[in-house]
Every structure is written in C-alpha cells, then in structure tokens.
Design a binder for this molecule. Structure first.
Ligand SMILES: [Zn+2]
Length: 720
C-alpha cells in the first residue's frame, strides 16, 4: 500500500520547523493562475523515481538511500500537476458544494507533492549541498505561486464559502467543524473574499514586499560580512579562552578575525580585557545596515507602510491588528500591556545591575553599553563560583535522552524503543513511540551532532504529518535536531546544562507532533498561533532541574554518582543573574516590532527617518542608554525579513503559559501528578489546533494563565 501523505496545502507554516517557522501572511509574489509555470514532465524523467513508488520500508520511513537529489524536481512537478487536476475536479464538480466534495476533497488534495516537500525540507536543514540549495531556490517560489493560485481561485472560494454558510445545519463532528472553520479562515485571511480590484492591489503589495524583505535580508548579510577586526598582536587577545581563540584564528591572514556572528560577538564582549576593542566591535554590531550602500532604513519604512496599507485593504486597523487577530494576545494593546508588565520590573532590575557593575569598576571610568557583558560575567563568577566544566560530566547525551524518555513515560504513559529504519545520516538514531496499550503512535528520530551540511541551532521537523481520513490512519515521523560537537570515537558526548534544556525543549515539540489525536493535517501538528506553539516545548524545560528528574538522569558518566546538590543549587541560583538586562533588551525589541506594525497607513506614510522613529519609541518607554534593544530596526530580520512581524513578543508570551502551566504540577506537589499530566496530554499534546489556543489552555489548567509565575521565574517581585 502506498501511504498517502496528506498535508495542509494552504498554510505557509505547514512544513517549516518548529522554532523557526514563518507566519507571514504571504511572502510570495501572487500571480494569476494563467501565469503558473509549466510543470510538464516526461515519463522518462520520472523513470525509477521513488516518489512514484510504494515505500516498502518499516513504518513508511522515506527510503533515504534510494532518493537522489535529482528525483525531487520531476516528482514535485508531477505532484503539482496532480494537485491542479484535483483542484479543477473540486471546482468543476456539478454537485452542489458539500463538506465532503469541497472541504475534505481540498484536505486530501496534493498527496504526492506533500510527500516530496515533507522529504525535501528536512533534508535541506541537515544535508544541504549546492544541488539542494539550487532546488530550494527553484521549488520555493513555484510552490508559493501554486498556493496563491489556490487561495485566489474565485470559484473554489465560492464553494468553500457556500459550505461555510451552511455550517450550523451540517451536523459536523467537532474536528470536521474545526477543519471547515480553519479552511475558510485561511482563504479569507489571504484575501479571497475581496473584490477583484482590491485583490489585485493586495497581490501587488505582496509582490513588492517579497522584493523588499529579500533585499533587507541580503543587505544585512552583506553589511554583517563587511565588518571585521583583525588582531595580530597577541596582547590584544587578553582574556580570550584558548578554544575561542582557536575558533577565530585565520591561517591565511595569520590573524585572529572578529566578525559579527552573534556567538563570536557575545563571547568576545564577555571575555576580552580590551575595552577599546570591545567598543569597536559593539559599534560595528549596532551600526549594521544603518547607512551607506547597505542601509535598510528606506526598505523597512516601505515595508511598514505596505503592511499597514494591506491590513487596511483587508479591513484591519493595522498590520499588528491583522496578525494578532488569530493569536492568543488577540490585540496589539493586549500584547503591549503584557510586555509592559514585564518591562517595568525588568528595567528596574537592569538599573540595579548597572549600579552593581559601576560599583565593581569603582571611579576608574563610567560604565557604558559596551561594558555590560564583560562586567556582568565578572560579577557572576564572583557571586556564584560556577564553572561549566564541573557540570558537564553529569550530562551525557545517552543518559539525558533516557531521562527525557523516562519523563515522557511518567507523564504521558508512552514508551520509546530504539528501532532499525532507513536514516539520512549514520549518526541518526530512531525510536518507535507507543501508548500504554502498545499501540503505535509514531517514529521519532534524533540527529544530534553538528556537521558542515547542517544549519545551526536546534529544531523539530516532520518527515510525515499525521492524518486519519476515511479509515486510513497514518502516524507521524518526527525528528529532533541539535548541533552538539561530535566527540572523538569512544568518548562520551557531554552536554552543557543549557543544551540539556534545549534537548528537553525540542523533545516537547516532538511530543506535540507525536501524541496528536487529530485526524486532519491542517491542525494535527505543531502549527498554531505564534504565541502558543512554544508552550508545549518550553514547559518540559522545567523538568530538567527538578531534583527527582536529576536523580534519574544527571549521573556522572564514569562513576554513576548523582550530581551533588550544592552544584545544582549554584547552577539554579546563577540562572537569574543578569536577568534585568536580558529581559530589557528582549522586551525593547518586542515593543519596537509591535509599534512599527501598529501604525495606520496614514501614520506610516509620514515616517521618513527610521532612526528618529525608533528613538522616540524607546524614549517613551524609558530605555536606558547602556542597553541596546536586542535588535535595532535596521537589523531586525525577524520582523522585517522573517515571519515574526508583530510577533517577536511571542517567545515571552509562551513563557507565561509554561511558567503558569508548570505551577500546576508544583501545586499538586508532584512533578508527575497523573491527573495534571493527563489534562496536559489531552488538551495540549493530543489536541493540535482543535480549538483556539486560549481555550485549550483553559481546559488544561482550569483557569486563565497568570503572569506571576513568569515574573517570579525571572527573579522579579510580583507585587500581588
Ligand atoms: Zn521551540
């Protein structure tokens, strides 16, 4: 049997990985369907293509050894042709529109192209080469045009609308009603209900935005690359650790080369003893794309103006109103109020931190922004006497993984067992996850080590989403990816504690994909409102430092000794060090993002100086000179080139949920309390997007989330 792979065709986020998705309304140029690219593909081009054959592998895992890069494009084209025929069949159906012949038919359309894309994108993340990079540039825009043609298909939307209008009388089940609602919502939010003139205007704006945001990203990349500092005098490396020095050494230049990569930047700002050099690097970092050839100011002003204009055409007061309409925060004001509740105590604490560091410096000089990292680290070492190398032997990858699996067993009654299946790289391990009755739930694969072909960071991905339509039950194939350094053969992989938290975090996204009991791919997975999707991942981080959990997994890799209590205490105490700074720089950027997108098109049209606008906003909130926003507008690619416009606040919003959600276990005085865990499983991990996120949360928690646990978690007084 060929497993039909279903996926949500119209969601921009469907295939993107959790932790790095995109929720831009539409980032591609729209075209009339008449302009769609030619997808003709010959039988000989398709000969022996694995995407057109049955996958005779355990659990339908992709037959990685048989799939060659050259198979993707022909199979993609063939899949698009099938999809077009399926859409035509829906539109030309002589029967009146029904749930089955329109909504369900749409959900089922495009199985071949889904399978190609669900195999292609995870591989781009881990096994990138020139051919895949080239294919990515080709397939991405083609697919955008294809999905735009579907959402702007008038006849199709009329059928969707007709079914939607009958929804009260259709007697649909809860999941079917939700599928109808979300399908309709997607069409409407893309602009399907607008008149032809307005649609054309929206399409033009989308097309222009696509050019501007790409240019923004390319300018930023170019100006980031253009700045370097070369150190040739050993004395200028004072304070730098040997491994950091080795990582920035350039053989050709016979110099240590500093660039503006975030981790190089932070490490140098922390370690370097040379105040002049720290200032030069700081100035380089904060002046990127700020003037000259790569100036992003005119671009970002135009982006803000066009987004405001588009939102108004769609009937919203601003782009932020449009974006937040389907998020938990609901309104820009709701998001801003939330940010300000964290901003005030964060800023107060930052001022205290500044005073503490000035005291450490004495009257030698006045503390400035470029001093922050260096003196904050000095203060941390003085206060907590903590060396990361003391901790690492207690966090060995295999033991940490077993710990995460044991947590899943105790919380959710699921077991994971290693299995042999095809993998895309020899370092990958695979597991079958089963429920308490031994029923198969899915395949989970871990790809933990860095390599040249793999992008940075940590993320969750799916090779196949769940679906259960017309009796064909298909379970997910989910991956977790990290970038740990691969130890020499025979040595253990020892992790920093922050990496342990990341492993649990990604495993949380993984379980959100694996435990789902939703039948329709449109809302069966980890997609959801930007300010909710991090919650199922972030909440599991809380277990990592619980004494009961540490006993289970944090054992010395040689002696088996459980991590000493005093070491844990120092680790936890140090966790809130410099939290005033971290909170302030993050919230400042979130407020900037929000305010740029709260502008009406009239207000936006009056802005001519991006820096002046930014200064005015930050002054209003009272940001201190010694702290820069985490991103200045000119290099804020999350908001001007990525999918976080009016959404950068979402990481912190999810923290309300995870802090408050974990409190439910603390209140029960049992971190594995079966009743609380049962509700968490049912309403969060199994429920996908069954209801609006705030409703799902209330079902789990029995109340709305309180912000207090977040404030306490960051070491701020709650005042209530
Ligand atoms: Zn995440």
């Amino acid at each position: 049997m060929k497993l039909k792979q279903l996926a949500t065709l119209l969601s921009a986020t469907a295939i993107l990985a959790a932790c790095s998705g995109s929720d831009e309304a539409s980032t591609s140029a729209n075209q009339e369907s008449g302009d769609l690219p030619d997808m003709t593909v010959t039988d000989s081009e398709l000969a022996g293509n694995p995407f057109l054959e049955e996958w005779d592998t355990p659990f339908g895992v992709p037959p990685f050894a048989e799939i060659e890069d050259s198979h993707f494009l022909p199979a993609f084209k063939k899949g698009v042709l099938e999809l077009r025929a399926e859409i035509d069949a829906i539109v030309n159906n002589p029967e009146p529109p029904t749930f089955v012949n329109t909504i369900l038919a749409l959900e089922k359309a495009g199985s071949t192209v889904s399978q190609v894309r669900y195999t292609f994108y995870p591989l781009v993340g881990t096994e990138l080469n020139d051919e895949l990079r080239q294919l990515q540039q080709e397939i991405g825009p083609m697919w955008s045009r294809e999905t735009d043609a579907i959402t702007f298909n008038d006849e199709l939307f009329k059928r969707v609308q007709a079914v939607y209008e009958q929804r009260e009388s259709l007697d649909l089940g809860e999941q079917e009603a939700r599928l109808l609602e979300l399908t309709h919502r997607r069409f409407v939010r893309a602009g399907a209900g607008l008149t032809d003139d307005v649609k054309a205007e929206v399409a033009d704006i989308n097309s222009r935005l696509s050019v501007l945001t790409t240019q923004f990203a390319q300018n930023l990349l170019a100006s980031t690359k253009a700045f370097t500092i070369e150190l040739t005098d050993e004395a200028d490396t004072a304070g730098l650790s040997e491994d950091f020095k080795a990582s920035i050494w350039d053989d050709e230049k016979q110099a240590w080369v500093l660039g503006l990569n975030r981790s190089v930047y932070e490490t140098f700002m922390t370690q370097s003893e040379n105040r002049e050099l720290r200032k030069r690097l700081f100035d380089g970092y904060t002046n990127r794309s700020n003037s000259g050839e790569y100036d992003n100011s005119p671009l970002l002003i135009e982006v803000a103006q066009l987004r405001a204009k588009r939102a108004e055409l769609m009937g919203y007061a601003s782009h932020a109103h449009y974006q937040l309409d389907v998020r938990m925060a609901k309104t820009p004001q709701g998001a801003e109020d939330f940010l300000l509740r964290v901003w005030e105590p964060g800023l107060a604490q930052a001022k205290q931190e500044r005073a503490d560091m000035q005291a450490l410096i004495g009257d030698e000089f006045t503390f400035e922004g470029h001093d922050w990292w260096h003196y904050s680290e000095k203060l941390r070492a003085q206060r907590f006497n903590l060396d990361e190398n003391q901790l690492k032997p207690y966090f060995e990858l295999g033991a940490v993984t077993d710990g995460a699996f044991e947590m899943a067993k105790r919380l959710f009654n699921v077991t994971l067992e290693e299995i042999e299946v095809p993998v895309w790289n020899d370092v990958v391990t695979a597991y079958e996850i089963k429920d308490e009755e031994g029923e198969h739930l899915g395949v989970f694969m871990m790809d933990m080590f860095a390599r040249d072909s793999k992008r940075g960071g940590a993320w969750m991905n799916s090779y196949r989403p769940t679906s259960n339509i017309e009796g064909e039950r298909i379970r997910p194939i989910v991956t977790n990816n990290m970038n740990l350094s691969k130890p020499p053969e025979g040595s253990p992989a020892l992790m920093r504690f922050s990496e342990v938290e990341t492993l649990f975090h990604e495993f949380g996204h993984g379980l959100h994909g694996l435990l789902t009991q939703i039948d329709y791919p449109t809302f069966s997975g980890v997609d959801g409102p930007r300010d909710y999707t991090e919650f199922p991942a972030q909440i599991l981080e809380h277990w990592t430092s619980q004494p009961l959990m540490l006993e289970l997994y944090a054992r010395h890799y040689e002696t088996g000794e459980v991590i000493p209590t005093d070491l844990v205490e120092r680790l936890l105490a140090a966790a809130n060090h410099n939290q005033g700074f971290a909170t302030t720089e993050y919230v400042a950027a979130s407020l900037l993002d929000l305010r740029w997108h709260m502008l009406s098109s009239e207000e936006a049209s009056k802005i001519t100086d991006a820096k002046a606008f930014e200064e005015k906003i930050l002054d209003e909130y009272g940001l201190i000179d010694e702290i820069e926003p985490r991103y200045r507008s000119q290099y804020f690619s999350h908001t001007f080139a990525g999918g976080y416009s009016a959404g950068y606040y979402a990481y912190l919003w999810s923290e309300i949920l995870d802090a408050d959600g974990f409190n439910a276990f603390l209140e029960a005085e049992d971190i594995f309390d079966p009743e609380t865990a049962g509700r968490l499983k049912k309403w969060i991990y199994e429920a996908g997007g069954l209801r609006e996120a705030d409703e799902l949360y209330r079902e789990f928690r029995g109340k709305d989330p309180s912000i207090d646990p977040l404030l306490e978690g960051r070491g701020f007084a709650t005042g209530s």
